[in-house]
Ligand binder design. Structure first.
Ligand code: PLP
Length: 361
């Protein structure tokens, strides 16, 4: 059956393994998050690296987001070509080839990038001058994640002072992602989140005290939005996973609807209590642990490349049966697929190519 012929059909007719997106659930998640932020000082700048789909980004913007976030230049290009206006690349773009490509995107629209060193800022300023643009930038501050970013406080201020002397850059503010803080002890999580937010906002105040305007102080993710999004002085939150959801975020307390699942077929029933599906780790990521089955009585016990091992408890299941599986980590499972089968009430509404899939350059 062609994808066109699948439109309107029940999801059980989709060949497997396949990525399903329940659009009613995704839209409800978008509305719910937007509602949380309505009337607050802090806004949403959803991270599109999770869903990778311009259609969802548009819904997030319609619901009030101030822009979207991307991890990579390639992702930003896909979203810009799809007409998404305001894009933050929450990452450093280094090296002449990439910087020139970034400047080309900046010539086309509103694209902001992070920097953490004066050398990178100088390269960007030079390329922006060549391209005839002024590049909007955020200084990335390391607020405890120990990934990228300049240390908070004085080193960040020194970098802003240096940037202010470069001709083709516009300093717009700070980015300080605190990491997921996947902690079960909620007091500990809140304490560490506030500490990270404090480092960012104190740095903001220090820079403002030196006479620079800080329009943006961007931070946070799906698992910290309620903490970071209410911390005074944070301007926007880069929530990604909440739209599609996954088992990892659910385990750590995020009770949003599960919009994305992987449908698999049982291909073998070698012995009672054991079944094998056609969805292995090339269809379901394992970086955060094993995925879980939607239906009770089935547990994913291991994944090979193209085989999924299930334990079957107290229920019947046969070769040919289809089962739905909740990804353990949506951000790394979604880009394993070329397309989403978009569902409404269990029927295929459309088939959407995941164009930002593989856009890791
Ligand atoms: C820079 C940045 N912002 C925000 C996020 C939040 O993403 P999520 O909401 O999926 O946890 C991430 C996740 O890796 C990130 O790297």
């Amino acid at each position: 059956m062609t994808y066109e012929q699948l439109i309107g059909r029940h999801k059980s007719e989709i060949d497997t393994p396949a990525l399903l997106l329940d659009m009613d659930v995704a839209e409800a998640n978008i509305r719910r998050m937007a509602e949380f932020f309505r009337g607050r000082e802090c806004k949403l700048r959803p991270h599109a690296k999770t869903h990778k789909l311009p259609r969802i980004a548009r819904r997030q913007l319609e619901a009030g987001a101030v822009g979207i976030t991307c991890a990579k230049l390639g992702e930003a290009r896909v979203f810009q070509e799809a007409g998404i206006g305001s894009i933050l690349i929450a990452n450093e773009i280094v090296g002449v080839t990439k910087i020139r490509a970034l400047v080309r995107l900046m010539c086309e629209g509103d694209v902001t990038v992070c920097v953490e060193s004066l050398e990178n800022a100088a390269d960007l300023s030079a390329a922006a001058a060549e391209g005839g643009v002024v590049a909007p930038i955020l200084v990335e501050v390391n607020v405890g994640l120990n990934r990228c970013g300049v240390p908070p406080g004085k080193p960040a201020l020194e970098l802003v002072r240096g940037i202010s002397r470069l001709p083709n850059l516009r300093f717009c503010g700070l980015m300080g992602y605190e990491g997921g803080l996947f902690l079960k002890n909620l007091e500990e999580k809140a304490r560490r989140c506030r500490e990270a937010n404090r480092l960012l906002v104190d740095t903001r105040r220090l820079i403002e005290g030196d006479g620079f305007e800080v329009q943006i102080a961007s931070a946070g993710g799906s698992n910290t939005f309620a903490l970071t999004g209410t911390y005074p002085g944070i301007t926007d939150v880069q929530v990604g996973s909440y739209v599609s959801m996954d088992d990892h975020n659910r385990e750590y307390g995020l009770d949003y609807g599960q919009a994305v699942t992987v449908v698999a077929t049982v291909i073998s029933r070698p012995e009672p209590g054991r079944a094998v599906t056609d969805a292995g780790m090339k269809s379901l990521s394992t970086d955060a642990g094993l995925p879980v089955c939607v239906e009770p009585g089935l547990t994913v016990s291991a994944l090979n490349e193209e085989h999924g091992h299930l334990r079957v408890h107290g229920r019947e299941i046969r070769a040919g049966d289809k089962i739905e599986i909740i990804p353990r980590h949506g951000c790394t499972t979604i880009p394993l697929f070329d397309r989403y089968f978009i569902l409404r009430r269990d029927h295929v509404e459309s088939v959407a190519e995941i164009r930002a899939r593989g856009a890791s350059q």
